[in-house]
Design a protein around this ligand. Structure first.
Ligand code: T5A
Ligand code: NA
Length: 210
């Protein structure tokens, strides 16, 4: 693959956070920064609504369909599993992936509905482990003031508070927490630094699994 022998593997960088914490905006900014530096990088997101599983999820999120809580949990997980092989191929080929939500969203949102957290984690085991998880930290009230809030199923302040508590319990010392209530440019600058050092450090490390 292109450049893989010179530059090593790509890094798996995940952005997590509540709805409207700024993940998609920051993923786009980080991606263009990295590409501008000549880094081989792609932007990914979960749910990936382009697949048939993703379309079922999308209809559910838009309140166009009803699904049992465990069923939708497993669909979100299946949506990551169907991308696992190509994710690994990209990373080993030297492409860094900037991923908008991953397994932690899967666990935090389903646990906030009351599902057992260990049950929620189980189907994520074996997916590719991120090299870096950045949590964009914002109060639900602040996020709710941002554009288009409330359009999708989970965009309710009380529910988002529960999601935030579950994210908190999932965090470990490897996560980087960024204050996402700061201006976009400030968040962007912090993400650049975190991503650059992660990409360098990841080159010498083997890919791991969750
Ligand atoms: N879900 C997801 C699960 O339940 N299980 C799973 O396994 C997965 C993967 C859809 C839903 O699915 C759930 C979680 C979600 O509820 P999604 O498609 O990622 O997930 O949708 P959202 O997270 O809702 O994405 P949003 O687009 O709403 O939020 P973002 O991406 O965090 O925010 P962004 O960048 O679009 O910004 C929102 C607004 O805020 C402004 C932006 O300009 C924009 O208007 N903004 C700021 N304003 C001021 N200061 C800042 N620092 C700002 N940053 C952004
Ligand atoms: Na988003």
């Amino acid at each position: 693959e292109n450049g893989s022998s010179q530059s090593g593997r790509g890094a798996l960088i995940v952005l997590e956070g509540l709805d409207r914490s700024g993940k998609s905006s920051q993923c786009a900014r980080l991606l263009s920064f990295l590409q501008g530096k000549g880094c081989q990088a792609e932007g990914w997101r979960f749910p990936d609504r382009s697949t048939s599983v993703g379309q079922m999820i999308s209809a559910y999120l838009a309140n166009e369909s009803e699904l049992d809580d465990r069923t939708v949990h497993l669909l979100f997980s299946a949506n990551r599993w169907e991308k696992r092989a190509s994710m690994e191929r990209k990373l080993l080929g030297g492409t860094t992936l900037i991923v908008d939500r991953y397994s932690y969203s899967g666990v935090a949102f389903s646990a906030a509905k009351g599902l057992d957290i260990e049950w929620c984690k189980a189907p994520e085991i074996g997916l590719v482990a991120p090299d870096l998880v950045v949590y964009l930290d914002v109060q639900p009230e602040k996020a709710a003031e941002r554009g288009d809030y409330g359009a999708e199923r989970y965009e309710k302040i009380e529910f988002q508070k529960k999601v935030g508590e579950h994210y908190h319990s999932l965090r470990d010392s490897t996560w980087k927490v960024v204050d996402a209530s700061l201006p976009m440019e400030v968040v962007e600058e912090q993400l650049r630094e975190l991503a650059m050092s992660c990409i360098l450090e990841s080159q010498g490390k083997q890919l791991a699994n969750l």
